[in-house]
Design a protein around this ligand. Structure first.
Ligand code: GEK
Length: 243
């Protein structure tokens, strides 16, 4: 059974910045399902996109893989020969737990290599699909353009980047309506006002959202031929950028 997330359920004297530690790993599947609208559908669609865009003799990357849900989804759908998945996260607690999940997964023969490293230190090469499912938002702003460019350079022609992010809106009224709607969604999933506000404080310096226009301009600047928003719910979006 999924262990319930109650990390922010009681008042904490000292709200330190959010980190993906052992405590978070324990409750991560519950936390992300109850916090990210349509998380399960997004994961399923990553598999569907990978089935279409993965290429023979290439690599698929899952950058900021957490417990490897996107890699599992890709693994179950990819049918191409000699296609491998490289899943990267800089939280050793996440990678250790993900390793036990993949060791137990018999659903496919597509090899998955789990790497505990900063995304910035991992070279991206011979890639047909790159996934950043709610990860770029944790990368320092000043480093995002270079990372996207490196991903573009590492993709083969016809390859895609699937980029999912929490975003902000220039229009203040729209921004607060969608933020509030997201908080309503969390309330409906059983989070209390205290949990919502403590989590927001803990994420404040860690998760930095940007506007859709900023993301799309950065993708265009890197060279992507197109970027299409295929998913939006509240302030959560996912794009497919095509090389
Ligand atoms: C999913 N994609 O389930 N290098 C490597 N990993 C990082 C870095 C970095 N610089 N910064 C953050 N992370 C997953 C969900 S969660 C999103 C992604 C969320 C990792 C961090 O350790 C965490 O596991 C992940 O990115 C973000 O589809 O929790 O909102």
């Amino acid at each position: 059974m999924r262990k319930a997330d109650s990390i922010y359920a009681s008042a904490l004297d000292d709200l330190i910045d959010f980190s993906f530690d052992e405590r978070v790993v324990d409750v991560f599947p519950d936390m992300i399902q109850r916090s990210v609208p349509s998380y399960g559908n997004i994961i399923s669609m990553i598999g569907v996109f990978a089935a279409k865009y993965a290429q023979q003799n290439s690599q698929c990357y899952d950058l900021g893989c957490s417990l490897g849900a996107a890699s599992l989804s890709m693994r179950q759908k990819i049918t191409h020969d000699n296609c491998t998945i490289v899943a990267v996260d800089n939280s050793s607690a996440m990678i250790d737990r993900a390793q036990t999940i993949f060791d137990a997964d018999q659903s496919s023969r597509v090899p998955v290599t789990l790497i505990c490293a900063d995304i910035e230190d991992v070279s991206i090469e011979n890639a047909s699909v790159v996934v950043m499912n709610f990860t770029l938002q944790f990368i320092p702003l000043a480093e995002r353009a270079a990372l996207i460019k490196r991903i573009y350079d590492g993709l083969k022609p016809g390859g895609i980047l699937i980029l999912s992010e929490k975003i902000s809106f220039e229009d203040e009224a729209r921004d607060s309506f969608l933020n509030e709607s997201h908080h309503d969604f969390k309330r409906a999933n059983g989070y209390s006002d205290l949990e919502i506000s403590q989590k927001r404080t803990a994420l404040e310096n860690v998760l930095i959202p940007e506007t859709l226009a900023t993301h799309q301009q950065r993708l265009a600047d890197a060279g992507f031929a197109s970027s299409t928003m295929w998913f939006q719910c509240f302030n959560f979006i996912s794009l497919v950028a095509l090389k």
